[in-house]
Design a protein around this ligand. Sequence first.
Ligand SMILES: *Cc1c(COP(=O)(O)O)cnc(C)c1O
Length: 239
Amino acid sequence: MDIKENIDNILEKIKVAAEKSGRKSEDIILIAVSKTVDWEKAKEAVEAGVNNLGENRVQEITNKYEQFDNLNLNSNVNWHMIGHLQKNKVKYIIDKVNLIHSVENLELANEINKRAAQHNLISNVLIELNIGEEESKFGISDENVIEFVKSLEQFEHIKVLGLMTVAPYAENPEDVRWVFKKMKEIYNNISNINLRNTEMKYLSMGMTNDFEIAIEEGSNIVRIGTAIFGARDYTKKGY
Ligand SMILES: *Cc1c(COP(=O)(O)O)cnc(C)c1O
């Protein structure tokens, strides 16, 4: 398992997929998803040139953030909260993360706004959509997204920078291409609405199994764990 080699492989694939959609590899942000992985390995990814780390648990962000802080590494790293975020935990990460990908209800947005105000900052967020309509998944439906993004306009300390989704798992990623197409369509629709605190800039979609298809359909943030760090060990403490 060579993290640097894995990253170089992925960057090459990102380049090919980006070119297929008329873009350059620099237009695509690679997030190394370091959930369940030790901070030393996350550090290796950063040393291999990845400046964006994604976590889906608050505790893992704060733990790794602290380790990185001790080594003065946080100036090189953007932390991304990509998982379901509980309201009562917003306060632990509000001043540490650069982008929260998983805003999907008004109560959460309200809490993020409140905590951001306390730190005198503007919190960058994405709205999480559930396009595959899986019951077990988080995210709002495409019918409700316009109304939802409008309802976020009241928050002075939130900036909406785009959309995020987790596509349903498919053996053949071609089977979920339609999800990415749909996301891009919604993204374009929202771009055409004039909202004080919304600027459609990021489309966060694509994981190990489907990132090339996602990029072909317009993704500019991919979140990749397994292909960088190997299969996750969920039997470890805390999982
Ligand atoms: C775990 C996770 C990923 C990375 O998944 P891989 O298939 O390991 O690349 C991406 N996005 C979210 C929201 C995740 O929870």
